[in-house]
Design a protein around this ligand. Sequence first.
Ligand SMILES: *[C@@H]1O[C@H](CO)[C@@H](O)[C@H](O)[C@H]1NC(C)=O
Ligand SMILES: *[C@@H]1O[C@H](CO)[C@@H](O)[C@H](O)[C@H]1NC(C)=O
Ligand SMILES: *[C@@H]1O[C@H](CO)[C@@H](O)[C@H](O)[C@H]1NC(C)=O
Ligand SMILES: *[C@@H]1O[C@H](CO)[C@@H](O)[C@H](O)[C@H]1NC(C)=O
Ligand SMILES: *[C@@H]1O[C@H](CO)[C@@H](O)[C@H](O)[C@H]1NC(C)=O
Length: 448
Amino acid sequence: MAEESSVPAIAVTAAVGAVVLLVILLCSVGKKNRKEDKDDNASEQKEEKTAVKTEKTSKKTKINLKPKRTQHVPFSHSWSATTLKGHSAPVLSCDFSPNGKYLISVSEDRIAMVWNIKDFSQKEHKFTRANIELDHATKVKFSPDSKAFLVNLYNGNTIRIFRIGKKEDGTMGNIAATFEFPKKHEAEIIDMGIASNGKFVMTCTGDTSIIIWSIKGEVMANIDTHQMNNSHAAVSPCGRFVASAGFTPDVKVWEVCFDKSGNFQEVKRAFELKGHGAAVYSFGFNNDSSRMASVSKDGTWKFWDTNVRYDLGQDPYLLLTGTLKYKSPCIIELSPDGRTVAIASENSISMHNTSDGAEEGSFENVHSAAITELSFDTLNRYLVSTGDKHIQVFHNIPGYRATIADLQEKEKKATGQAMRERIRQQVKDARSSLDNIINKSVNGVAVS
Ligand SMILES: *[C@@H]1O[C@H](CO)[C@@H](O)[C@H](O)[C@H]1NC(C)=O
Ligand SMILES: *[C@@H]1O[C@H](CO)[C@@H](O)[C@H](O)[C@H]1NC(C)=O
Ligand SMILES: *[C@@H]1O[C@H](CO)[C@@H](O)[C@H](O)[C@H]1NC(C)=O
Ligand SMILES: *[C@@H]1O[C@H](CO)[C@@H](O)[C@H](O)[C@H]1NC(C)=O
Ligand SMILES: *[C@@H]1O[C@H](CO)[C@@H](O)[C@H](O)[C@H]1NC(C)=O
């Protein structure tokens, strides 16, 4: 009897000890972060080191510790279209399907959710979910046919492919894992992509390595980016290029070459974005890869014309340089039509048009944690951001405005009455859909 009662006593002591330890741990993590915040104005080199360290710390601790700021006020803004709720842990990545129907998200809760874009204007958001067995995904991309998706596994550090089934009525059915690529990377994978022609998959790590894979998971090529530490890599939407940014002040772009019968030949240097004065954090393409946007530690973002004869030695043209108001690392995304740029840093977002680069909209405290991904839908209507367990969806207001401005330009140049009349009608329609959105969101905010 005495022995039995002493067991709970020990358990209680151990539990109390554990709680005390946890509290100490939480406090010291908090202090460290505050100290790092204060070090904002330290020299360039020191800032770089801190940034790398913070990344590591967060990766190690994010599984065990609760998010720091739990008292997050729900985000609202007149440009906000909706908030997608369903995940129970931070969402790390999302992707719009090429067929324009779905958004997929992956979270630390080991779940992938597929959302209907059609529902974004509704109150209810249905989703189809899939479990990422024994792991969680840090990145997700739809396959070109929108019938499958790829995830990067956090623990596995490789790619797993999922097939999306179809029910008899044509709606989305079961989602099942089909196979996994072999593990080939030593360092942690930070980015992943699949070519729109289905010819290859790309993975990129935080050191200087990129692997080009066949769709079956065979390694076709290894690239050393020579950028000290890669910060971002992507496959261009046209499916021809792989680009990477890192510690050096350029964005390197390679062409992945196949012969006429579709056999892989080689990866060769195509062109570079040259002009930034410090490390490039991130970049994005428009839908036909004729435009790119980049953002750098030098305090600027740049908009480029990449529709050049690089095979004849032509360099991309710099179209615009914008000033950043953010001091921390940034993510940049270019809309598919190339008219809008979104920039995220920590938990803030700014939106700009690419005709003059001025800021058109700005959102603060969008998520209770740092933003992990930004993405525009294929039709340029929405911008989504991920960071905490909710997904924020914004109307792409600058995109609507820029479309109207473009149409008005066309109207001026139009020859013939019929043509002019038609464009005038298009302007009217575009105006009224923008009015509709603005009126609706103003009402929405007033009601809630
Ligand atoms: C950092 O520098 C900026 C200007 O360079 C200054 O306005 C700001 O107060 C400084 N912040 C700290 C924490 O020293
Ligand atoms: C940067 O690269 C070095 C070696 O190339 C590697 O050891 C380190 O983990 C990398 N840092 C990050 C944040 O990936
Ligand atoms: C790219 O976007 C433009 C404008 O929205 C559209 O007309 C065009 O069809 C799109 N191209 C591709 C390859 O998706
Ligand atoms: C771009 O944004 C600026 C700043 O808000 C605005 O003055 C300009 O009219 C916009 N241009 C277009 C084409 O929408
Ligand atoms: C939007 O609101 C404005 C002002 O309240 C009004 O003049 C306009 O007709 C409305 N537009 C639509 C499409 O509801």
